[in-house]
Design a protein around this ligand. Structure first.
Ligand code: 3H9
Length: 666
């Protein structure tokens, strides 16, 4: 069946796109629209044309899978030009999402009608791109400079009702009567005639563009695309339309040919791919998750609970001591109220979510839960004891999950008589905010338990990735390959600030030592100030526990802003002197080679051992769990950009054993 068909309804021609799943503008769709338009324009009995889509959405953009491949079919801009210059009125009829090239198509239609639930936007910036088919030139002509600059640089869609107020939509249709309403509208417009967007004036204040740059400076650090989008909108304010298009084209091609967009497009597909479990049928029946239990009301347990409450799923939260339980519940309330103060929830919603929370001091209270997530102290004996008890208490078929961040899930499962129901669900702190969920598949985890844990992650807004059982799973296992050499580099003469700066310049939200300070240096410390076997021991012995008490590798002010600490540097120097290593200048390049390349190498080890399903899953872990800059596409994608040969050479030079598959690639 063709992806574009036409229907004649009296004097109106409907051009109907049908290219599942999202009606992307694949070459045959562009061809079909062009053919349909030609037909409508050539037929004297046709007085107006409606462009509409079948399925769940209007055109959701260019076909991203075609990017970087040889061009096929008609040029997109030529098709858009033809629609805009048509001598008969053309109406875009929008439902679902009109995104990117989809909105660009809607904007060359002379008029737009949309159902109230539709959303319209130009999300190209999220793919490291800009609306490259006239979007940056037409949008300011329709909605003005400020709204256009905001939409292009942030990429957030607007609801049809808002679009109506902005002039992006001319009329709202009935939610279920778009097809009919669009025809009625088109017929009305026959007398009015076409209206070419390019002929409209650009209105508004160009200062809005500078304001956006100021407000978003932190968010956009390192990114090219937001600035390129703004440059194009700015160009629309001073250049004739055709020249503006040329400017936009040049900027688009620059982005398209660059590594940032390649990385962000890679992540678009990587994120969707991560949800797929190799070897399991897509339609495997899932277990119901209508009631959740969480053990532990600390930071982790509280954050985990918040995810479920926010989705209307009741949570029973269990602690051993009343005081801790009360504190945990109070923190949840405080967090929700803080969000409400920012306008994210209403007071009623906060009360509604809190009403779904049942605090308890008894594990028995979890007897009827479909899913229980344990978030207690990270100690194998403690975990085994909890799981042994859960085994006796929980109903048959309940999923028993551990939030462990590195312990052996198989060993935990062995503490029960139902290891098939046990799985790891490793949330990242703060668990109500961080998008990543590592779902750890034990040796005996049943397929439907794994699939349910993955689907549950999606339901609560996480990006879930399957990991195998190994020390630290995917994320923390690779993290340790960064932290160890970072410490070693201190012994050889680098400073925490120098190493951290290499990482933040790279685009990480913080470097290895800033991260250690945030996590707390005393975690796992033996608590004997006289026993100093590492720099960390030295810092802890001096009472430097990290951000929590205002001093660690750095000194912190009351706003938790860190500055290099003379005391910490002296402690490092004192310990360094005992190492007998000569102190030398360490280059930034060496820091990259010794702290980032080993992570890539570890990623290859993880793949070789089958602990991750695919390289792109590892990228997803690092982008959503640790803030790896998305414009660098995750460690595995970045490793390919750097080049396997270069990485292997450097690793060997630094004496790091290289994964066989990385070597083979080199
Ligand atoms: C652009 O338009 C450039 C222009 O300026 C022109 C310049 C010259 N292409 O997300 P889902 C696939 S750039 C190809 O799970 P949802 C997706 O991979 C584009 N494939 O569904 C998935 O495949 P699979 C600007 C696409 O309901 C399946 O469709 N537009 C595309 O949660 C379902 O996707 C955008 O950036 C595409 N454009 O969300 C919009 N889009 O099943 C990107 C999706 O094999 N798309 N697929 O894994 C979206 O934001 C969401 O897909 C959407 C639906 C909201 C539409």
């Amino acid at each position: 069946m063709s992806s574009v068909s036409t229907q004649v309804i009296d004097d109106i021609l409907v051009v109907l796109v049908n290219n599942p799943p999202v009606n992307a503008l694949s070459w045959h769709v562009r061809q079909g629209i062009q053919d349909g338009m030609e037909k409508g324009l050539a037929d004297p009995s046709i007085k107006a044309i409606v462009l509409r889509c079948e399925g769940s959405t209007f055109i959701a953009g260019a076909d991203i899978t075609e990017f970087g491949k040889p061009a096929q079919g008609p040029d997109f801009n030529a098709v858009l030009n033809m629609i805009e210059m048509a001598a008969k009125p053309v109406v875009g009829a929008i439902h679902g999402t009109a995104l990117g090239g989809g909105l660009e198509t809607a904007m060359v239609c002379h008029y737009r009608i949309a159902v109230p639930s539709a959303k319209l936007g130009v999300p190209e910036v999220k793919l490291g791109l800009l609306p490259g088919a006239g979007g940056t030139q037409r949008l300011p002509r329709i909605v003005g400079i400020e709204a256009a600059a905001t939409m292009c640089s942030l990429g957030e869609p607007v609801a049809a009702t808002k679009a109506l107020a902005m002039g992006l939509v001319d009329r709202l249709a009935g939610e279920a009567t778009l097809a009919e309403d669009a025809i009625i509208y088109a017929r009305e417009l026959i007398a009015v005639g076409p209206r070419a967007t390019r002929d409209l004036p650009v209105q508004g204040d160009v200062d809005a563009i500078e304001n956006l740059k100021t407000v978003n400076a932190r968010k956009w650090k390192g990114f090219d695309a937001p600035y390129a989008n703004l440059a194009c909108v700015e160009a629309a304010t001073r250049l004739p339309f055709e020249d503006g298009l040329k400017f936009e084209r040049t900027e688009f091609l620059k982005l398209m040919g660059g590594s940032q967009s390649a990385a962000q497009r890679h992540m678009f597909f990587a994120e969707r791919q991560a949800a797929k479990i190799d070897g399991l049928p897509k339609d495997l029946p899932l277990r119901p998750v209508n009631a959740v239990g969480v053990i532990g009301a600390g930071t982790m347990g509280g954050g985990i609970s918040m995810n479920f409450l926010a989705k209307g799923i009741p949570v029973t939260i269990v602690e051993m001591v009343q005081e801790n339980l009360d504190r945990g519940v109070a923190v949840i309330r405080k967090n929700y109220e803080a969000s409400a103060a920012k306008g994210r929830f209403t007071t009623e919603q906060v009360e509604g979510m809190m009403a779904l929370l049942t605090p308890s001091l008894r594990l028995d209270a979890l007897a009827d839960c479909d899913l229980v997530i344990e978030a207690v102290y990270e100690n194998m004996d403690v975990k085994k004891e909890v799981f042994g008890k859960l085994d006796k208490i929980c109903k048959s078929g309940a999923i028993l999950a551990s939030n462990t961040s590195y312990l052996n899930v198989d060993e935990i499962a062995a503490a029960t008589r139902r290891p098939q129901d046990v799985v790891g669900m490793h949330f990242f702190s703060p668990a109500n905010v961080m998008k990543l969920l590592e779902v750890v598949r034990g040796d005996k985890t049943a397929p439907d338990v794994l699939a349910t844990a993955m689907a549950t992650g999606k339901k609560i807004g996480k990006v879930a990735v399957v990991a195998g059982v190994c020390d630290g799973f995917i994320g923390n296992r690779m993290l340790s390959k960064r932290q160890q050499p970072a410490m070693q580099l201190l012994l050889e003469g680098a400073t925490p600030a120098q190493i951290d700066k290499v990482h933040t310049d790279f685009g990480m939200p913080m470097g290895p030592f800033q991260m250690s300070d945030l996590a707390g240096l005393d975690i796992g410390w033996h608590r004997d100030p006289a026993r100093i076997e590492s720099i960390r021991d030295g810092l802890c012995a001096a009472g430097r526990f990290g951000q929590k008490n205002g001093k660690g590798f750095y000194d912190y002010d009351e706003k938790r802003v860190g500055t290099p600490s003379a005391e910490a540097l002296a402690i490092i120097e004192e310990f360094r002197a005992t190492s007998n290593l000569p102190k030398r200048d360490i280059s930034d390049q060496e820091i990259v080679e010794r702290t980032l390349y080993p992570m890539v190498n570890e990623g290859y080890h993880i793949l070789e051992e089958g602990k991750a399903q695919r390289a792109s899953d590892i990228d997803v872990v690092w982008i959503y769990g640790y803030g790896w800059p998305i414009y660098r596409g995750g460690p595995m994608f970045w490793g390919d950009l750097e080049g396997a040969g270069k990485i292997v050479e450097a690793l060997e030079r630094h004496g790091v054993p290289v994964a066989a598959s990385l070597k083979a690639k080199a």
